[in-house]
Design a protein around this ligand. Structure first.
Ligand code: PLP
Length: 372
């Protein structure tokens, strides 16, 4: 059995450091908004290259509070991709705004800047590009559109910590960047967690208030906020893991290169393409194959933990049915939803395992072709 992700192997390496950090928190008596949260915010601002970060409860809250901080709500439209995790559009719905979908570039799976402009209306307030699978979006093109139409940009970096576009880390191009520390992410906690990156001090202060019941001063509340604080235990764990993130991302990139080489002679397997001058961090290694559903089943039976991210594009999900999107409106998104499959990818994956994954996938494709 080769799982898509094996968190236990990572723990075997760093467990003693993590346990020490957690025990210190337990003994300290300070469990919420304490020294670890503050230190993590400073360390991550330095790592990502922005003025401020604000640690939160989840990536979903990061997106939600980013929209709130920019006063986006009822009557506003936000342009984004339908080829992402539901949290991206869920956050838009939570604030009462309307998601508007632009199709993807089939090479990168990310929002196609050329498809954004035709979706802009007088109600459009923001664009949310998602750096899917750890691949940076074409930020020059997106920022150019945002400037010309005076739109905010909120980057969904939940799958892309450490990823770079032209030497600059994602989350620093737009007005706000949103990160997730969900355990399966490249920098994952041992529970939920999230983060906002921001350069504006005003936005930072607004988000700090929003995460703690809408007030900067305790027991004085200026607006409706939420409880979205990152706890000290998670912050302490993340501070330990932050020391390894570059090494882990590098290993992911090495594994992606190995997979690419193993699939080089297989015209049926379309390996992921990288945009020029980017540093992709391969949260997922996702290929396109024919007969996908069949082969997915065969892989699972063979003990390969391949997964489908995501089986239904967001414009065709029940939650957004009332918006009136139908099949055929986002052809690239719909086509890729039917042929993508993500293979085992995590820093501790071995070469032997990669070879097994590759030969099994190639065999399954041959078998399914013979069966037709
Ligand atoms: C994981 C993820 C989120 C949500 O993050 P949570 O911490 O799970 O709330 C949002 N967007 C994308 C693209 C994600 O992968």
């Amino acid at each position: 059995m080769i799982p898509i992700l094996d968190s236990k192997r990572q723990y075997a390496k760093i467990g003693s450091e993590v346990e020490k950090a957690v025990c210190e928190v337990l003994r300290s008596g300070s469990y919420i908004l304490g020294p670890n949260c503050k230190a993590l915010e400073v360390e991550l601002a330095k790592y990502i290259g922005c003025s401020y970060t604000v640690a939160l409860n989840s990536g979903t809250d990061a997106l939600h509070l980013a929209l709130r901080a920019l006063d986006i709500g009822k009557g506003d439209e936000v342009i984004t991709t339908a080829f992402t995790f539901v949290a991206t559009t869920e956050a838009i719905g939570i604030v009462g705004a309307t998601p508007v979908f632009a199709d993807i570039d089939p090479d990168t799976f990310n929002i196609d800047p050329k498809k954004i402009e035709e979706r802009i209306t007088p109600k459009t307030k923001a664009i949310i590009p998602v750096h899917l699978y750890g691949q940076p979006c074409d930020m020059d093109a997106i920022m150019d559109i945002a400037k010309r139409y005076n739109l905010y940009v909120i980057e969904d970096c939940c799958q892309a910590i450490g990823a770079e576009y032209k030497g600059q880390k994602v989350g620093t191009f737009g007005d706000i960047g949103c990160y997730s520390f969900y355990p399966t992410k490249n920098l994952g906690g041992m529970g939920d967690g999230g983060l906002i990156t921001v350069n504006s001090e005003n936005l930072r202060n607004r988000i700090i208030a929003l995460r703690n019941h809408g007030g900067a001063v305790r027991y004085y509340h200026d607006e409706i906020g939420v409880n979205s604080r990152l706890d000290e235990i998670q912050a302490a764990i993340l501070r330990v893991k932050l020391n390894y993130i570059d090494e882990w991302n590098k290993l992911r990139r090495d594994h992606a290169k190995t997979y690419n080489e193993l699939f080089a002679g297989c015209p049926d397997i379309q390996t992921p393409k990288e945009l020029a001058d980017t540093y992709c961090v391969y949260h997922q290694y996702t290929v396109k194959i024919p007969n996908r559903d069949n082969i997915h089943k065969m892989l699972q039976e063979a003990g390969i933990g391949a997964m489908l991210y995501y089986p239904v594009p967001l414009h065709l999900q029940k939650v957004h049915a009332h918006l009136g999107w139908t099949k055929g409106m986002l052809p690239n998104t719909e086509k890729d939803t039917e042929c993508v499959i993500s293979l085992p990818m995590f820093p501790e994956l071995t070469l032997e395992e990669q070879k097994t994954v590759a030969s099994t996938l190639i065999n399954c494709i041959e078998k399914s072709k013979a069966a037709v």
